[in-house]
Design a binder for this molecule. Structure first.
Ligand SMILES: [Zn+2]
Length: 437
C-alpha cells in the first residue's frame, strides 16, 4: 500500500500557489476583485476539518475570514495569528513569470504576494489544517484572521473588525503576523531571525502654499509654486536626527555581538554595509523620515496659479511623533499649510516573555545556529489596529532564506518569490511555536 501522507509541509506550496492565483490586487480605491474569493478559499480550507470560519464583508467584495480554534486550556488567554490576503498591484510586463500564475521555478514560488504575505497565510493554513486533521489541539485558543485591505491601511479589513466586531478577539492578549521571523545569515555560526517588536508611525500629509495668481509675463514676487518648491526641497534634503530607540538599540547590540565588532551608531554607513540587502529596512529605523511623493499646481503655461500642493510620506519612530511634527513645521516654514491626510501610531513592545521564548525555541529546534533578535519595521501593518484591543503583536512569519536572496527587495518588488524550502522550514517552526505557545 503506497498512500502518501498529507502533511503541512507537503501542502504548503500548493496552498501558497492557490492563493497567489487569486488576484487580490488592492488599488486603494476599492476596485480590487479578489479579496472575497480569497476569503472563501481560506474558509473552505478550514471548514474541511469541521471548524466554522466566518466571512465578514465590510463593503462589497472586501471580505475577511475569521475563525477561533479551540485550545486545550480554554481558560488561558488566546493567541491571534493574522495575515492579509490583499496584495499590491503588479505590472506583468516587468516580470519573468506572470505575477498571478504561482509558477514554481529555481526552487521558489513566484508571484505577487509570495512574501507579502500569502506565504504566511499558506503556512498558517497548512499548519492549522494539519493540526485539525491529526487532532492536535493548540495549548490555548487561537484566533485566525485573514484580512482584506492591509495594503491600503486596513480600513476595510483589520480596522473594520477591531471597530465593529471586537468580540471576535475576546480574551486574546498576544498575536503574530507580518513582517518578521525571516533570517539574516551573519556567518557559519550565527543566523539572526528578525522578530518585529516595533513599527514606525506615519503621517501622510498634504502641503499647500497660497500665492498671488496672475499673468505669467508679469512681475510676481509671491509665486505659490516657487515658495512650495523651496520648502519641499528643504524637506526632501533634510536629514532628521539620529534617534536610537530601545528596539533598535537591542537589534544593534545583537548584531554587534554576532559580528564580534563594536558598532558605532554615529557611523551607521559602515554598519549598514554589513547588513547588505536588509539595510534598506534597518537604515530608516534610525531616524524619522519625510519623503515628498507628489506635486500639483497650475493649469496653463502663461498663468501663475494661486495655489500649489505637494504630498509627503512622513514616518516617525516610537516616542518621536511630537519632535517629528515640530521639525516639519520648522523646516517647512510659516508659508506652508500642513494637513494630515492619514496618520497612524507607532508601536513598540519589549522582546521578552514566554511567547518570545516560544519563538526562540521553535527556531532553534529547526536551525541550530538561529538567534531571534528584535527589530523595528520602517512601515506599518495591521498590528497597529490590533494594538487597540490590547493585543501585544509581533512580526513572526518564520522563513529561512538563502543569504543571496534580496528579501527586502521582494516586498512590493518585481519578481517577488519565496523559496520552497523556506516555506517548509516555516511550517515546521510555526507548528513547534504553537506547541510552545
Ligand atoms: Zn504585508
Amino acid at each position: 500500500m503506497s498512500e502518501s501522507k498529507v502533511t503541512a509541509e507537503s501542502e504548503v506550496v500548493d496552498i501558497c500557489r492557490d492563493l497567489i492565483r487569486i488576484d487580490t490586487s488592492n488599488y486603494g480605491d476599492g476596485s480590487g476583485p479578489g479579496e472575497r474569493a480569497a476569503a472563501e478559499y481560506v474558509a473552505e480550507q478550514l471548514a474541511e476539518f469541521g471548524v466554522e470560519p466566518q466571512i465578514f464583508e465590510s463593503a462589497k467584495g472586501r471580505a475577511s475570514t475569521v475563525v477561533r480554534i479551540e485550545g486545550e486550556d480554554r481558560s488561558r488567554p488566546g493567541l491571534l495569528i493574522h495575515g492579509h490576503t490583499d496584495v499590491v498591484p503588479a505590472n506583468a510586463a516587468d516580470w519573468t513569470y506572470d505575477p498571478f500564475s504561482g509558477e514554481v521555478a529555481d526552487g521558489c514560488v513566484w508571484g505577487r504576494g509570495a512574501v507579502d504575505m500569502k506565504d504566511m497565510d499558506a503556512m498558517t493554513l497548512a499548519v492549522i489544517r494539519d493540526r485539525l486533521r491529526t487532532g492536535r489541539k493548540p495549548p490555548r485558543d487561537i484566533v485566525l484572521a485573514f484580512l482584506a485591505d492591509e495594503e491600503a491601511g486596513g480600513t476595510y479589513g483589520a480596522r473594520y473588525l477591531v471597530d465593529k466586531h471586537p468580540d471576535l478577539f475576546e480574551g486574546v492578549t498576544e498575536g503574530i503576523g507580518e513582517v518578521g521571523g525571516f533570517s539574516f545569515t551573519v556567518n557559519k555560526d550565527v543566523r539572526l531571525y528578525l522578530i518585529e517588536t516595533a513599527e514606525k508611525g506615519m503621517h501622510w500629509m498634504r502641503l499647500t502654499v497660497e500665492g498671488r495668481a496672475g499673468h505669467g509675463s508679469m512681475e510676481n514676487n509671491d509665486n505659490a509654486i516657487t515658495e512650495l518648491c523651496e520648502a519641499v526641497a528643504r524637506l526632501g534634503r533634510h536629514t532628521f536626527p539620529l534617534r536610537i530607540t530601545k528596539t533598535v538599540r537591542a537589534f544593534l547590540d545583537e548584531l554587534s555581538d554576532a559580528l564580534g565588532v563594536e558598532l558605532d551608531p554615529e557611523n551607521m554607513d559602515e554598519t549598514l554595509r554589513v547588513l547588505g540587502g536588509i539595510a534598506k529596512m534597518i537604515g530608516t529605523t534610525l531616524r524619522n523620515t519625510a519623503q515628498p511623493t507628489m506635486l500639483g499646481a497650475g493649469y496653463k503655461v502663461n498663468v501663475i496659479p494661486g495655489q500649489a500642493t505637494a504630498h509627503v510620506d512622513g514616518r516617525f519612530l516610537p516616542g518621536y511623533e511630537d519632535e517629528f511634527l515640530a521639525d516639519l513645521d520648522r523646516i517647512l516654514g510659516p508659508r506652508v499649510k500642513r494637513e494630515s491626510l492619514h496618520s497612524d501610531k507607532a508601536i513598540e513592545t519589549g522582546f521578552d516573555g514566554a511567547l518570545v521564548e516560544a519563538m526562540q525555541s521553535a527556531l532553534r529546534a529547526e536551525d541550530p545556529i538561529a538567534r531571534a533578535v528584535p527589530y523595528c519595521l520602517s512601515g506599518g501593518t495591521d498590528a497597529k489596529s490590533f494594538q487597540d484591543l490590547g493585543i501585544r503583536c509581533f512580526g513572526f512569519a518564520p522563513l529561512q532564506l538563502p543569504p543571496e536572496l534580496d528579501f527586502a527587495g521582494m516586498f512590493h518588488g518585481v519578481d517577488e518569490r519565496v523559496p520552497v524550502e523556506g516555506l517548509k522550514f516555516g511550517v515546521r517552526v510555526l507548528d513547534r511555536f504553537i506547541d510552545a505557545s
